[in-house]
Design a protein around this ligand. Sequence first.
Ligand SMILES: [Fe+2]
Ligand SMILES: [Fe+2]
Length: 358
Amino acid sequence: MTNSRSNRRDFIKGAGALAAVSALPLSTVELAFADSTKNFTFAYISDAHIQHIKGSEFVRNWDRGLIRAVAETNLLQPKPDFVMFGGDLAQLGTKAELDHGKAMLDRLQYKTHMVMGEHDYYLDLGAYWSELFGPHYYSFDHKGVHFVVLNSIITYDEWTHERWPTPEQRMLEMAGLDNPNGSPFMVGEKQRQWLAKDLEGVAKTTPVVLFSHSPIQKIYKGWNFWTEDAEEIQALLQPFADATVVYGHVHQIQYNQIGNISFHAVMATAWPWPYPQSYVQAESLLPKLTVPMNRADPFFERDATGWQFIDLASGRVAMEYNLYNNTNRRVAFNPTTGQPEDTAYQAVGSRIAPQTHY
Ligand SMILES: [Fe+2]
Ligand SMILES: [Fe+2]
């Protein structure tokens, strides 16, 4: 795979016209091959948090975020080959929320692959979600790339099955971002064994893209920007020449590099989260991130929401973020430093000043 610059430029030019109409909370992904007839794109929508109020009433803002993303995805040129939905379709995992969210997603004119979020899961442990969307974890191949979807938001059996008097209580406890009653997310042994077996048959030169809801890395445990068994999943990906993890859940731009694996977050259609460091808290609670990042403004509802192209050139992801009322950003793998970097704002001198709140 090599970077197909002219194709990407044409693609972005087409998208630029679209962006002039509205900036969107979705992602499109281009995989550029040396043989440009093999190029393809896919779209990425995440974290809709459809929230039921009562009767036929739902939180209007969250509905509108998803409706816009779906409508604009249907208008994309070139047409994406498929759509990923990155988890947290619902807010409290109810049938009403999942049905309402599915009705909106059903308007997509493309095959849609789903990722499980904790807000979809903790009411009935993914039972109704499965009726609607299928298995919690799976893999598929598309035009020379191996894609894997994991359910990365499960936790200890004791916490899940014994601690709470009702499923509703369990859901509420896990739904609170900074609630100390939450429990660390993990993938778990069953899926890790499945993943090891799934990857056994994949050539080490095949690009592998893993989709999860929580980051497969340990960013901040207090908010579950965290996966307890992240290192074990990472170890399974390290042998591949081109491995990328794309995750939702954090509702903001994030990127990182651990060994051979690049990490990228996608934005939400609902709202942006701040980065944990913008809260006043003990410095020691924050692990060292290997790549410094600019932060979104959590008090600006549409900062860190928007849409992005993901260009998987030479097997490495380059994210083209198109932000609402904010400067567009490009985060791309820098072969010189061996990590993803913001191509305009990575240097300390050109960084956007961090916002301080609280
Ligand atoms: Fe979310
Ligand atoms: Fe989430």
